[in-house]
Design a protein around this ligand. Structure first.
Ligand SMILES: [Fe+2]
Ligand SMILES: [Fe+2]
Length: 146
């Protein structure tokens, strides 16, 4: 079993979902940011498939930057509306940020990316659920910010 990663056959970028219109929050900029985040997670998964730890780290760093910008943009929008769930929403953002940072830390520590499939699937699942269950809830307030 020499040289075989833990997930050689199961970490495949093609199984990750792409963003699509059915989860549009009704704002072009925020939709584009969601799409970029999904694409970046697929990018990370692609480097995991290739076993390229350095590229995985760089791609996760870019993902963290995209998440950071997106959360700031959403939270700025909340403060321009009467959206009532800002505190809980910010905590969800903090949890997602921690998930991504945790993945980064584990890669940096072990230099092994073969375990990342499960973590990335959890992260993208958490992102999808956050958009559907939490982000779509601010849709009705967006017009107040215009
Ligand atoms: Fe979002
Ligand atoms: Fe959000």
């Amino acid at each position: 079993m020499e040289g075989k990663g833990l997930a050689d056959s199961s970490v495949s970028a093609h199984i990750y979902p792409k963003w699509n219109r059915s989860i549009s929050v009704g704002d072009a900029k925020l939709d584009r940011e969601h799409e970029e985040i999904f694409d970046q997670i697929i990018m990370v998964a692609g480097f995991v498939d290739q076993g390229d730890g350095g590229a995985v780290l760089a791609a996760i760093d870019h993902l963290l930057a995209l998440l950071e910008r997106h959360f700031i943009d959403e939270e700025r929008l909340f403060s321009a509306t009467s959206y009532p769930h800002t505190p809980a929403h910010k905590i969800e953002h903090r949890v997602l940020r921690h998930m991504a940072r945790h993945i980064r830390g584990a890669v940096e520590l072990s230099r092994d990316v073969s375990f990342l499939g499960l973590s990335l699937r959890h992260l993208i699942q958490a992102m999808v659920e956050h958009i559907i269950e939490i982000d779509l809830g601010y849709r009705a307030y967006l017009h107040e910010a215009e």
